[in-house]
Design a protein around this ligand. Structure first.
Ligand SMILES: Nc1ncnc2c1ncn2[C@@H]1O[C@H](COP(=O)(O)OP(=O)(O)OP(=O)(O)O)[C@@H](O)[C@H]1O
Length: 362
């Protein structure tokens, strides 16, 4: 098995003229893990990946691969390989020569290079196409060739920039499963840039959610989902209602949030000083319709929209100083009710499904 490298990013910034694309981030990616850099367009994910690869200089800070500071090493000397969004295959070369390309400088004979390229194509189950040109392949096949080409240098870390974005939705899901299998079988570190929450949840051991050049949260998928650290993460992952108000004390591991002139809610976590801005998150799939409203853990909402999704139904409500509060309930539970738009409905949740969110600048 190939050696895997840990990646240690220490207080790294990337500044382009007046734009700070990456703002003093620190992150440790364990050797052999699958890490997804996730965030909206412009949040600095690609700049971070390109600094790890050596395709972009580091403005401030250090990046280590294993024990080695790689800041001043050229891409080919870092032990990393990069797979680009567009695959960047050479149209005039057959697949063998495309895959063998990065060995040209490695002091191997042409026959040795071609033999190793064929091995890599075999690993990706593409050996039958070895003498074709890239234009004669489907999108999924081109992706496999691009992977073979990136892996031929036996990298300790593979860096992937939106590797699935050129594929149709069906192929995307299939190639996603292949990527994960490949990473587990090679055992090397993968760093994969994506703006898709679903892709990151499906693939990553470690999800790094970025916003505005900073890291909002770096954690395993389950922790990101169950314990979003900030309002940004809760909103971006899309599975929580974020309720904003002001702190109104609390005790025994429960904080109180008050929406001035409206309601007070309880949430798990430490209360900040009274009357400070406070956000809490309530899981959309844990909200129940019906029953008496539990004080601090529910309210009566007016239904503003109902969206049928097959196995689940999304119900949006306003009330108690909150707008666009979402409950995702099973189709079975929904069709057992007679709820329609404009109705007043009781909404309830358990204390454990409401948590206090932090602030990035806290
Ligand atoms: N070469 C450059 N010169 C100037 N500004 C740049 C350059 N590259 C990126 N930026 C800016 O840096 C910020 C972060 O860009 P980056 O490409 O890292 O974000 P991203 O999260 O990968 O976005 P996307 O998902 O759209 O690719 C953006 O504001 C972008 O406009």
């Amino acid at each position: 098995m190939t050696k895997a490298a840990s990646i240690d990013i220490a207080s790294v910034s990337k500044i382009y003229g007046k734009t700070t694309a990456v703002d003093s981030i620190s992150l440790k990616i364990p050797a052999g893990s699958y890490c997804c850099l996730l965030g909206p367009s412009g949040c600095g994910k690609t700049s971070t990946l390109r600094m790890i690869a050596g395709h972009e200089s580091i403005s401030v800070g250090d990046i280590r691969l294993g024990p080695t500071v790689v800041n001043d090493l050229p891409p080919a000397k870092r032990g990393t390989a990069m797979m680009f969004q567009s695959y960047a295959l050479f149209p005039h070369l057959d697949l063998i020569d495309n895959v063998a390309f990065s060995l040209t400088m490695a002091g191997m004979t042409k026959n040795e290079r071609r033999a190793k390229a064929l091995d890599m194509l075999t690993l990706m189950q593409m050996e039958a196409y070895a003498d074709r040109r890239p234009a004669q392949l489907s999108g999924g096949q081109q992706q496999r060739v691009a992977l073979a080409r990136a892996l031929i240098t036996d990298p300790e870390a593979l860096l992937l920039d939106e590797p699935l974005s050129a594929l149709d939705p069906f192929l995307k899901v299939r190639m996603r499963a292949e990527l994960k299998k490949l990473q587990k079988s090679l055992g090397i570190t993968f760093v994969h840039v994506t703006h898709s929450q679903e892709e990151a949840m499906a693939l990553a051991d470690l999800i790094v959610v970025m916003s505005d050049g900073r890291i909002e949260q770096a954690a395993p998928p389950r922790e990101i989902f169950e314990r979003p650290a900030t309002a940004f993460v809760a909103r971006f992952m899309g599975d929580h209602n974020v309720i904003s108000g002001r702190s109104a004390g609390g005790a025994d591991g429960l904080a109180q949030l008050s929406i001035p002139g409206a309601s007070t809610f309880a949430a798990m976590g430490t209360a900040s000083a009274d009357n400070q801005p406070l956000d809490i998150a309530v899981r959309t799939d844990r909200v129940r319709l019906g029953g008496p409203v539990t004080k601090g853990l529910g309210f009566t909402g007016i239904v503003s929209n109902i969206e049928y999704r097959g196995a689940t139904v999304k119900i949006t409500c306003d009330g108690a100083g909150i707008s666009d509060f979402t409950a995702i309930i099973s189709d079975k539970a929904f069709f057992a009710t007679t709820v329609s738009v404009g109705d007043a409905v009781p909404l309830n949740w358990d204390a454990g499904d409401a948590i206090v969110l932090g602030r990035l600048d806290a």
